[in-house]
Design a protein around this ligand. Structure first.
Ligand SMILES: *Cc1c(COP(=O)(O)O)cnc(C)c1O
Length: 446
């Protein structure tokens, strides 16, 4: 792109590669770097990196010539280098480390589908990526070509989706869906589109970042046949925003695909508020809306990337109000054990009474907000449209009055204290009078 403010780089080792090859995604994929000898021709390795590369049980290494060219070879702490070049710290275990920290495999009705939320599923379509992130949350399966999903598993995934009408949103991930052979990717999209209750399809991909030349006009023409299609990319540091990425994002947005960014908060890479502000501002310049900033998962091999959770709160404190609202991502802790995504942010509500809030803004200005004294909501029964399925409504169910309490497992048995059923234990006493029946009887207060 001629007039982009973002740079375009090529490591000296690739100076003689003809542009036609350099800009060909197949050439980039087949010339990926993964051995000590190949690395040494582009960046001199540290002792720790050399040790890691010769280790037996290392998570897969592969870096496209395009992406490795963004590394400053003289800086062992280069933020791109830390993300993709292994070091021997990867082999260090830490407390709470898990193979599958999000318990995805437990929420998987068929291989490759993770159905955790009521209305959407994560669909893993490949285990392959263009380049492998050292902190990969799915390193238990990613990178292993023998762990990839078979044709019969794909048919089982589709069968589950066809039989599960509450799923309206399918998120394609992996691995990276955009490294699939174009015909296979198109078949997946086409088959999903045949299922009437699937309203939107999303793709999670780091291909625009690792291999922007993959985003060809042909790919965009194919993708836009399957709208509404959304895409999240994965940029962690402003150095990843190049003329090539800008062009790939321009093609995708012109094809009508809204772009978001999911970043991971990584020690030594992007754990700084000013850097994050630059990142989100650069992202919106290339029309990518920051979506999530993730706390690093408790996954094997990623211990040396972890920051305190407070770092994420500090970063959001430095973004909200200080820059465009739509440039501020949500900070997310993906709950270990499979609780899903939990947003965290600084507190803006200082205190409250029955009719007044005390709030602070990003500058520390403290104000009050007087609440209405005559509020009656729109009649809830007037909504005749879609409502959530019972069973996974959580706190919303408590507020709606479908349910009065949520109990920990074994609660009733524990509090029964091994006692007997007796006359004062009538079950009906614990059914709230009037809850869930709108305006009827007031509650029983004793
Ligand atoms: C992240 C994730 C989703 C999508 O979550 P959104 O908050 O809707 O972006 C869906 N399913 C699983 C299992 C996920 O981990």
């Amino acid at each position: 792109m001629a007039n982009t403010p973002f740079p375009s780089r090529r490591a000296p080792a690739y100076a003689d590669v003809p542009d036609e090859q350099w800009n060909n995604w197949r050439w980039q994929l087949s010339n990926r770097i993964n051995t000590v000898e190949e690395f040494e021709r582009v960046i001199p390795l540290t002792e720790s990196e050399r040790k890691a590369l010769s280790a037996a049980k290392l998570f897969r290494v592969d870096i496209t010539p395009y992406f490795i060219s963004l590394i400053n070879p003289d800086d062992p702490q280069d933020p791109i280098r830390l993300q993709v070049v292994p070091t021997d710290t990867e082999m260090v275990p830490f407390t709470s480390m898990m193979e599958d920290s999000l318990a995805e495999d437990r929420h998987s009705p068929v291989p490759g589908l993770v159905h955790r939320y009521p209305d959407r599923v994560l669909m893993l379509v490949t285990t392959q990526c263009a380049t492998y992130c050292r902190y990969c949350t799915r390193s238990r399966i990613v990178g292993d070509p023998t762990a990839t999903f078979s044709r019969s598993e794909f048919e089982m995934q589709l069968e589950y989706l066809k039989n599960t009408p509450q799923v309206r949103d399918v998120l394609l991930s992996g691995g990276d869906p955009l490294v699939l052979a174009p015909k296979i990717l198109e078949e997946i999209l086409r088959r999903l589109r045949e299922i009437p209750h699937i309203e939107i399809v999303r793709i999670g991909s780091r291909v625009p970042v690792f291999l922007p030349m993959r985003v060809t006009d042909e790919l965009c023409d194919m993708l836009q046949k399957y709208h509404p299609l959304w895409m999240n990319i994965h940029v962690n540091h402003p150095n990843e925003i190049t003329a090539e990425l800008a062009q790939a994002c321009d093609k995708l947005t012109r094809a009508g695909i809204p772009l978001g960014n999911q970043a991971v908060l990584l020690k030594g890479v992007n754990d700084n508020v000013h850097l994050q502000r630059q990142l989100v501002q650069d992202l919106v310049r290339i029309r990518v809306r920051p979506y999530y900033l993730y706390q690093c998962d408790l996954v094997e091999g990623a211990g040396h990337f972890r920051t305190p959770v407070a770092k994420g709160i500090e970063i959001l404190e430095g973004l909200r109000g200080h820059t465009s609202g739509f440039a501020v991502p949500m900070f997310i802790v993906d709950a270990p054990g499979g609780g899903g995504k939990i947003p965290l942010m600084p507190n803006y509500l200082l205190t409250m009474s029955d009719h007044k809030l005390v709030l602070r803004n990003y500058e520390g200005y403290i104000t009050t907000y007087e609440e209405p004294t005559d509020y009656t909501p729109r009649d809830a029964a007037a909504w005749t449209g879609r409502r959530p399925e019972p069973g996974q409504t959580g706190l919303t169910g408590l507020l709606d009055g479908d349910q009065m309490v949520i109990k920990p497992e074994g609660f009733d048995q524990l509090h029964d204290r091994g006692g007997m059923q007796h006359r004062l234990k009538d079950e009906r006493k614990w059914v709230p009078l009037g809850i869930g029946e709108g305006e009827s009887t007031p509650g029983n207060d004793g």
